[in-house]
Design a binder for this molecule. Sequence first.
Ligand code: UDX
Ligand code: ADP
Length: 478
Amino acid sequence: MPQIPSPQITHICCIGAGYVGGPTSAIISQNCPSIKVTVVDTDAKRISAWNSPAALPIYEPGLEAIIRNQLNINLFFSTDIDKAIAESQLIFIAVNTPPLEIIDTDCSGRRRGAGADLSAVMECAQRIARVSTSSKIIVEKSTVPCGTSHEVGDILQKYARSGVQFQVLSNPEFLSEGTAVRDLQHPDRVIIGSALQTASEAQEHLKYIYKHWVPADRIITMSQWSAELTKLASNALLAQRVSSINSLSALCESLGADIKEVARGCGADSRIGGDFLRASLGFGGSCFHKDLSSLVWLCDSLRLTPVADYWHQVLLMNEFQTSRFAQRILSTINVRGARIACLGFAFKEGTGDARNTPATRVCRELLTAGARLSVYDPKVPADHILSMLTEEAVESTAANSARVDVGYNCVSVCSRALEAIEGAQAVVVLTAWPEFRCINWEQALQTMPALAHIFDGQAMLDHEYLQKLGFQVVSMGK
Ligand code: UDX
Ligand code: ADP
């Protein structure tokens, strides 16, 4: 058995200061005052932002206060990766693992879905092995395909200095953006996976950290393969619920039913439950797409084609939903030359993250059809919105040459919702930010031309009230 630092962990580090690494480390430091937590990253700008609590690189409710309390007490952010590795007994790897290019299926059933780009994870493993002069526990936190911990273990072993040994654990993160602090502080469960033959000692060390604040019966240990699959499966199951309710929303629109009523009726059955049954213009974010693609890819590579088909359909339904919403706008009003107010851009409320946001697709379709957009999101930085909409919109329109002047002139980013709405022909709700319910809609209507439309992609506004005011309302699932 490798030598594991004992009796307890005093120094840990987290490689990767992103949406997972930052909040996770903050919560550990808050709950484990005797442990020094160092978060390291190659991105010096990001590290400097973490060191300035007023300008954190990510928006996450409640996080700023924790950082303020712990910063430079037992929580440190640094670019000195080698030093942090050297002094730590346990190292979390929480770097990004973007999906590789999607490989579409063909009629002979070839692979679709996508593996993940694990180059950053493998780079970290090599670095840890090269730098470490003492044995360490390495904890895989990044969202990774099944089998990654095993590969990380192989690399660590290959490059390890003589006498230095590593134990690899898989400890997938289930935090949800926008509620990360609550999810981390009160997790439903903590999963710790490890290679069966070397399970106990390293798992105990990681458990020791979590037991500072997580009840022991919520810490579940299992094999590495099971832990990695649990992460993919959890996200796939959640995404499947969203796609299921979204598929029914299409049916509601044709039947004259209301998806909110159907979801409420179904969710009242305790066996079904009400969570993740909110119809929307589609799911986004860094995990659902990636994990589903990864699952499909895995199933295909194991020749489990019907299983791959099953999960692939969840992704296809999501694409259908987003494009259906955009088409509904385009078939209701003529957007050419019109200004459209887009409320929300983040992939969900409570975050400034716009990775894989369905808003991009809807906005691009509107731009391609000749609309001008005024976009407001309370947390996504303006330059981010512009870069996501303008460059690629130029590329996509250059290809079909329908419109060549898409660019910064066609997209303006506003700092208030009413500013975006003023003078717009229609309002499109793209993210379910609660503040949109509190907009002074009466005032908003007065600034809009006659026959003002609201397209509620999140089915979140009070439609009856808006109709009474005089808006033409088109909502998802109604
Ligand atoms: C998800 C998982 O919930 C989390 O456990 C995992 O660690 C990371 O992936 P996240 O992507 O942050 O978290 O957000 P989540 O709340 O799951 O929402 C994902 C997407 O689904 C969002 O675009 C959201 O708007 C959408 N969604 C969610 C719906 O459209 N309807 C719902 O009922 C719930
Ligand atoms: P996640 O949502 O999984 O946390 P992010 O993209 O928000 O992903 O954060 C991942 C972080 O990992 C980024 O800040 C990136 O700079 C960092 N990173 C990527 N590769 C490396 C590496 N080899 N060494 C250190 N940090 C890295």
